[in-house]
Design a binder for this molecule. Structure first.
Ligand SMILES: Nc1ncnc2c1ncn2[C@@H]1O[C@H](COP(=O)(O)OP(=O)(O)O)[C@@H](O)[C@H]1O
Ligand SMILES: N[C@@H](CC(=O)OP(=O)(O)O)C(=O)O
Length: 575
């Protein structure tokens, strides 16, 4: 079986490039203890990779680890734990968010959780502890105006030091693990105070201390527990990004680079990799970048794709992706299955639970993503895959994105009809502003602007930025700027749009809400409605109650099984 797998994995061995020599080691069965694996000093015989990264194989005959560029895709069997992966390979990536590692107790629990999966050989991605990122940002803002001599007294700096040194003490670790970083952080804050300026580039350097500290502490904890672990700063191991500070995009070169580094280190000296989430290195500047708030999810899926892992797990403080934000509706329920498309729409349109870009690598590598609760391990969570049976799906989840800017743009007919749309969008392109939802008529366009892209510019400049957009648009159109709007996204099966919209508009009419724009059709899994901010939460609550708590969906499912309704173009059903 192993030999056959190896053959399939390396169809053109002559094209392979020798990476590193290594002595043969005995194969270890899947059932072998975790400690045995991480304690092993020799690489096992074979490994193979899927996805866009490199494929690695150690030839038994040549006694060398070989790496070759991805040729034709190799489909491993998926059945069973670690199916298709040999013992020399890392199998899953497990990402733990800030809430999962917020304290010494939580770190112990996460260590215990990881060790409760002895059959896995995981890569661990960690976020900063608890609210550290927010505290760092706050410290930076305060430093701008407090004067260098007062930096040491900043409450946020004291909080960060107490949290990290306190955690180290409680875990019985050595303070030197982070003392250098702590000094560097204080120096940086003094620098900001002296310059009286906090640029986006400095902001990214500043927040990087959170992940750099949490990963060092956690790696030290695992090592203390007798489990070999190795800490990595993502910006040192090949996470190459654009230089868009605070919202950088991962570049393609990242995949082979991190696969080479993580796999190479693993086969020469197996130790669980503990990688900083959220961080990268700008390809032009060489400076530390961040991937946008919540970006550790993206770090995890990038690693999953690069190494062709069996599964990507993101461990949160909720029982998976829920039917809506639990802060909006306490009765939100876990959604057991999602497709990458649904999850991507959901994330992009505001569900904080997943980073907006995080589904892309998973989809490209076709690696399943499991969203789990580190506070409730037994909860099944949400499994996100390429496809699922949508035949009985109507609505999956309701998402709210607030504080949206909307523009109504009506042509002054200075341009021909065919030139109007092109001109409008070229203005957004020139100014680098993303558009979320669009509705067009012959001579007008309504659209909403992506707040995260606006946010990524300095907040202070936002007003000027919009002024500039409007100034440009007014050369060809009459423009109305509508602020404080919200997008409510109904994620589900758009093939059932009549059913969804009939129910939704019923609810909105009952609540006296006027929809200001609707966007449907472009996405097969999302219908977006724009309402005023002041009505949005109440709308989501009412919609959630109507769709998920009133027995509506089970009733619809019953009807969908009835052929007569299946052919009734979606309009005949009971209320
Ligand atoms: N549809 C949703 N499903 C689940 N959680 C959601 C949803 N919308 C918003 N959330 C919020 O997202 C939080 C989890 O995301 P996040 O804080 O980024 O997790 P972590 O920091 O652990 O990665 C939850 O605590 C919840 O409050
Ligand atoms: N620490 C970063 C990155 C991150 O992903 O965090 P979390 O996983 O806790 O959402 C942030 O707060 O944005």
């Amino acid at each position: 079986m192993a030999a056959a797998a190896a053959l399939r994995c390396n169809p053109r061995p002559s094209a392979a490039v020798a990476l590193r020599g290594a002595a043969a080691a005995p194969q270890v069965g899947n059932e072998a203890a975790f400690e045995l694996l991480v304690g092993a000093t020799e690489p096992c015989l074979r490994g193979r990779r899927r996805g866009a990264g490199i494929r690695c194989q150690r030839s038994a005959a040549a006694s060398a680890v070989v790496v070759e560029k991805k040729g034709r895709a190799v489909e491993p069997a998926r059945e069973g734990a670690n199916a298709g992966h040999t013992e020399s390979e890392l199998t899953v990536v497990m990402k733990f968010g800030g809430s999962s590692v917020a304290s010494a107790e939580r770190m112990r629990e996460v260590a215990d959780l990881i060790l409760s999966f002895p059959e896995e050989r995981p890569v661990i991605v960690l976020s900063a502890m608890g609210k550290t990122t927010n505290k760092l940002l706050m410290a930076g803002e305060k430093a701008v105006g407090c004067g260098a001599t007062n930096v040491s007294e900043l409450d946020e700096l004291t909080f960060i030091k107490e949290l990290h040194f306190g955690t180290i003490d409680q875990l019985g670790l050595d303070r030197s693990i982070v003392s250098g970083l702590s000094d560097e952080l204080e120096q940086l804050l003094k620098g900001i105070a002296m310059m009286k300026e906090l640029t986006l580039r400095t902001r990214d350097y500043l927040v990087s201390f959170g992940e750099c500290m949490s990963t060092r502490i956690f790696a030290a904890l695992l090592n203390k527990l007798g489990v070999k672990a190795r800490q990595y700063d993502a910006f040192e191991i090949g996470f190459i990004t654009t230089d868009d500070f605070t919202n950088a995009d991962i570049l393609e070169a990242t995949y082979p680079a991190i696969a080479k580094r993580l796999h190479g280190d693993w086969v020469t000296g197996p130790a669980i990799p503990i990688v900083t989430g959220f961080l990268g290195k700008g390809w032009k500047t060489g400076a530390i970048t961040t991937l946008g708030r919540g970006g550790s999810d993206l770090t995890a899926t990038t690693i999953g794709k690069a190494l062709g892992l069996r599964e990507i797990q993101v461990w949160k403080d909720v029982d998976g992706v829920l039917t809506c934000d639990p802060n909006i509706h306490p009765n939100a329920k876990p959604v057991p299955y999602l497709t990458f498309d649904e999850a991507a729409e959901l994330a992009y349109f505001g569900a904080q639970v997943l980073h907006p870009q995080s589904m892309r690598p998973a989809r490209e590598g076709d690696i399943p993503v499991r969203v789990k609760n580190s506070y409730n391990r037994r909860a099944p969570g949400t499994l996100i895959t390429k496809a699922r049976d949508m035949s009985k799906t109507v609505l999956t989840s309701i998402v709210l994105k607030s504080n949206i800017t909307m523009l109504d743009i009506v042509s002054t007919r200075m341009l021909g009809q065919y030139g109007f749309l092109a001109k409008v969008f070229s203005i957004f392109e020139d100014l680098g502003i993303s558009v979320d939802c669009v509705a067009t008529s012959e001579v007008s366009i309504s659209l909403t602007l992506d707040p995260s892209k606006l946010w990524s510019r300095e907040l202070i400049k936002q007003a000027n930025e919009l002024d500039h957009v409007i100034e440009e648009l007014e050369k060809i159109a009459v423009v109305h700027l509508l602020q404080h709007r919200s997008i409510i996204s109904l994620i589900g099966n758009v093939q059932r749009s009549s059913l969804i919209l009939e129910k939704a508009f019923n609810v909105l009419r009952t609540n006296g809400v006027n929809v200001q724009m609707i966007s449907q059709g472009a996405s097969k899994v999302n219908i977006s409605l724009v309402v005023h901010d002041s009505e949005a939460k109440q709308c989501v609550q009412a919609l959630h109650s109507a769709f998920f708590e009133s027995g509506f969906l089970p009733e619809v499912n019953d009807i969908l099984q009835d052929d007569s309704v299946a052919h009734s173009n979606g309009t005949v059903y009971r209320h």
